[in-house]
Design a protein around this ligand. Structure first.
Ligand code: NAP
Length: 306
């Protein structure tokens, strides 16, 4: 594959940025990749493991001359980071991000960027419960979706180029409008995470009563919940604070359904339960048929390959 951007700057060096770096290297998609993280510790780790061709001590140095700058920090930090990079951007550069929420990021970032750069928000639908510079791997985006969320007046060539980069990193690319993105993700990712956090919290309360039996005999269902609930607390705090309306809407519907199932259990309405579980089983089959998970009993986890 050929070089798509001569210079790429990754701001924030965690799971997503490090996976992007290894995926860009794998595909030969970038001439030089610079990186910046706010802490000395993360920059030192990045240098030690060869994450980025050049790790910079300032954000200004990292973005200077870059054709593409990707913000890979928690959603709540995007606005401040955009303000910090704005004076140093090369005219004509593309600025993108990987945040899990889009309307709030567009609002927070868009206000700071100069008119002479292209701002194209993005969200790769791929991740693990691990975070930090050592957690990334080249295959993270393979056969996963990356949603591009172009704002009004986006330059088609800049959009096409960013799309080619994500495809080069293994992703299938689609475009979506910001509010729609936030609603879809509230259903597919944000509400499920909150439910997992709650279930693990409940089990933890119980554990004190049952003296560790919850952990000792933890069956697959609960184990999968604990994996999701081990996700980065800062990232997920920011997701709920910035995708408030859509998440609350979905949680409202969830609560109604839960009450209906609760009633079915109380009244012994087996037909209701059976019909409900038959419908949900078909959804699982659909996800497997769409290639978005495997049938493996361990949740089809990907093997990390750097
Ligand atoms: P991560 O592994 O936790 O790394 C976050 C990076 O952001 C670190 O380099 C950290 O710097 C930096 N950072 C944290 N707070 C900051 C602040 N207030 N100001 C400046 N920099 C800050 O995170 P990640 O999983 O790669 O997530 C990055 C973005 O991708 C988030 O917006 C998230 O919503 C999105 N995303 C995540 C996933 C996922 O499953 N993890 C999937 C898709 C999209 P230090 O290391 O120096 O503290």
């Amino acid at each position: 594959m050929s070089v798509i951007y001569d210079r790429v700057a990754l701001i924030g060096l965690g799971l997503i940025a490090s996976s992007m770096f290894w995926a860009m290297k794998r595909g030969g998609l970038a001439g030089e990749v610079t990186g910046y993280a706010r802490s000395d510790a993360t920059r030192a780790t990045a240098r030690r493991i060869g994450l980025c061709d050049r790790v910079c001590d300032t954000v200004a140095e990292a973005v200077a001359g870059a054709d593409l700058v990707v913000l890979c920090v928690p959603v709540g930090a995007m606005g401040d980071v955009a303000a910090a990079i704005a004076p140093h951007l090369k005219p004509g550069a593309t600025v993108s991000d990987v945040g899990s929420v889009k309307a709030a990021v567009i609002q927070a970032v868009g206000t700071h960027l100069p008119d002479n750069v292209h701002f194209i928000p993005a969200h790769p639908l791929a991740g693990t419960e691990h975070s930090g510079p050592e957690s990334g791997f080249a295959t993270l985006f393979d056969n996963r979706w990356c949603l591009l969320v172009p704002v009004e007046g986006t330059d088609p060539d800049a959009l096409h180029r960013l799309s080619r980069l994500w495809q080069g990193m293994g992703a299938n690319v689609d475009t979506m409008e910001a509010d729609h993105h936030d609603l879809v993700l509230a259903v597919t990712s944000h509400a499920p995470h909150l439910i997992a956090y709650t279930m693990v919290g409940v089990a933890d309360d119980l554990r004190r009563v049952t003296d560790s039996e919850v952990i000792k005999y933890s069956a697959a269902g609960f184990r999968d919940f604990t994996r999701i609930a081990a996700s980065d607390p800062t990232m997920w705090r920011d997701v709920f604070l910035t995708n408030k309306d859509a998440t609350l809407e979905i949680l409202g519907r969830f609560t109604e359904e839960l009450f209906a199932l609760q009633r079915a259990i109380r009244t012994g309405d087996g037909d209701h339960l059976h019909a409900y579980f038959t419908r949900t089983r078909a959804i699982r089959r659909g996800i497997i048929e769409a290639g978005q998970d495997t049938d493996a009993p361990d949740f089809g986890r990907v093997k990390a390959v750097r």
